[in-house]
Unconditional design. Structure first.
Length: 563
């Protein structure tokens, strides 16, 4: 409120600049890294010198909207580089491209070479251009699992986990020597689902039938000339020659500018005085832990699943949820979930807090690339669930166990001695595997939590218990498969979720959307462990946080095809 006059003054200045400036014919965006769905949350000042903010899909969509409203701009060039984007993220971008094209703008894809992911995105564009001497790589999906049980034994390590179902295979990487039949079946149906999405994109984008799309995939890779002759791409153009090439569709010499160069000539929307009812957005991303949310201060040199991810802590998320629940202006809530799960108790604490919101106002859950296991647990609080066709979800199940390190100390000739009082005081000790009695105790506990999970799903999705069990058992589904099994309600992304929330709250189509974060006075800007020891301390802290959880609702880390 206090800053509104300054924002309005800045808008007037920007509007004047836009009237004086001359926009380019095309605006170029270089997509060279993964795009989060929402803008990264503010980081402490000292961390801003070690990393730069990433462009989010939401911000890219806002930029596309400004371009769509400018009649002098003819289109956009997407300079594509291979990134670690998931299929769900690429589906977000394809939707943005389709919306921009629908406004009458031309979207051109350009790349030095295409991988499966970049070609999948390029097929949503009006034209696909390839740099001379470039290529279209082998298209399709492959996945490789690693199983380390035998190798761990050679250094004295062993994993002792109790699982409810063979499909809940998150511990398999540590407990097995090879891929189980259930793991193989699960990976196969997930890859097949994504393969069908790729075929559908090629059918639509290259005007082929299904057999033609399959043939295009199977004949890859393509050299530059072959790709052009077989209409895999529409032209071979050096990046320096793009203005000349695009001028054919412009009628005169086409100018290309980056977003930074072009934004001064674009008309910025009038700032709104944020009073009245709005749609609140709350995000739950990363591993679900008991405690505070946290982010890596510096990304580690290698990706460390589970322990090295950003964390959503129940203390942080619950506080944000309570803030929304008591805010009368928050007419509806969109919960964005991008998590493979974590602690079952943290998941339940978050779910209960969101359920309080749902008792007072509509709650729509939007699933990101993954909302599985604990991520699905949290999602059951929503009255409507939106997912992308390639979102990984489900994995309804729990497991528990420990990594046994006693053999390592023996090999090192280290002698550890423990004094304990209490029959089961050392049950979770890493010195030894569970005894038979302890294994029964652990199994009884995870069976109790699994039954609770099943009941939550049945109640939330209005299903009978016998309907839930076949789609549970730890099985992972893509969003499209989950829709067929009544685990989600709609295919779409954040825009679809916001649209549904506005509809349920009877808000106007342009009602304000505002992300809500926890009160600052209750959140430390960074964890003490991360401050003291950087990313390594963050990983160690993650191990400790998850080790305290009574049971884990974590989706297995299925190998991801390079996109």
């Amino acid at each position: 409120m206090i800053l509104f006059p300054f924002r309005y003054l800045w808008w007037l200045v920007a509007r004047l600049r836009s009237r004086l400036g001359k926009p380019p014919a095309y605006v170029m965006f270089v997509l060279e890294e993964d795009l989060p769905a929402l803008p990264d949350p503010p980081r402490p000042l000292w961390q801003r010198f070690t990393s730069r903010p990433r462009l989010s899909s939401k911000e890219l969509g806002e930029r596309f909207n400004l371009i769509a409203r400018n009649p002098q701009i003819k289109g956009v060039v997407l300079h594509l580089r291979p990134t670690g984007m998931t299929m769900a993220t690429l589906e977000d971008l394809r939707e943005l491209v389709a919306k921009l094209r629908k406004s009458g703008k031309r979207v051109v894809a350009f790349a030095p070479f295409y991988t499966t992911g970049t070609y999948y995105l390029a097929c949503a564009c009006d034209e696909i251009l390839l740099m001379p001497s470039g290529n279209v790589a082998a298209l399709g999906f492959s996945t490789t699992g690693m199983f380390m049980a035998d190798g761990l034994r050679t250094i004295g390590l062993a994993a002792d986990f109790v699982q409810i179902s063979p499909y809940k295979s998150a511990p398999d990487i540590l407990t097995k020597s090879k891929m189980s039949d259930e793991y193989r079946d699960q990976v196969t149906w997930l890859v097949e689902s994504q393969y069908k999405e790729l075929i559908g994109a090629i059918v639509e984008g290259r005007s082929l039938d299904e057999s033609g799309a399959r043939a295009l995939i199977d004949r890859s890779p393509y050299g530059d000339r072959q790709a052009y002759e077989e209409r895999v791409v529409d032209g071979l153009v050096a990046e320096e020659k793009l203005p000349d090439h695009l001028s054919r569709h412009f009628g005169r010499a086409a100018t290309i500018a980056t977003w930074e160069q072009a934004k001064a000539s674009l008309q910025v929307p009038r700032p709104r005085f944020r009073r009245g009812r709005y749609v609140a957005v709350i995000r739950i991303e990363g591993t679900l832990v008991d405690g505070r949310s946290g982010q890596l201060p510096i990304k580690p040199p290698i990706e460390v699943p589970l322990f090295g991810e950003d964390r959503s802590g129940d203390l942080t998320v619950v506080q944000a949820a309570r803030q929304i629940a008591t805010d009368k202006r928050a007419a509806a809530t969109v919960v964005y979930v991008n998590s493979r799960g974590g602690s079952s108790t943290a998941s339940e604490a978050m779910r209960q807090a969101i359920e309080v919101i749902a008792a007072r106002k509509p709650v729509v859950v939007v699933m990101g690339p993954a909302a599985a296991s604990g991520g699905y647990w949290v999602s059951t609080a929503g009255s409507w669930i939106v997912a992308r066709p390639s979102t990984l979800t489900g994995s309804i199940g729990v497991w528990s166990g420990k990594l046994v390190t006693g053999g390592v100390w023996t090999k090192l000739l280290f002698n550890r001695e423990t004094i304990a009082l209490g029959e089961h005081a050392t049950m979770l000790s890493d010195d030894r595997p569970f005894t038979e009695e302890e294994r029964k105790i652990v199994r009884r506990e995870i069976e109790r939590i699994y039954a609770y999970f099943l009941n939550l799903v049945a109640k939330a999705r209005k299903m009978r218990a016998d309907q839930v069990v076949p789609v549970a058992e730890g099985k992972v589904w893509t969003g499209r498969q989950a829709l067929d099994r009544k685990l989600v309600d709609e295919m779409g992304g954040l825009d679809a979720g916001i649209r549904k929330a506005r509809e349920m709250a009877r808000l106007s189509d342009d009602a304000v959307v505002h992300e809500v974060r926890s009160p600052k006075r209750m959140i430390s800007p960074r964890s003490e462990a991360a401050t003291a020891a950087g990313w390594l301390g963050f990983l160690v802290d993650g191990v400790k946080l998850l080790s305290r959880a009574p049971a884990l609702a974590v989706m297995e880390y299925l190998p991801r095809a390079p996109l």
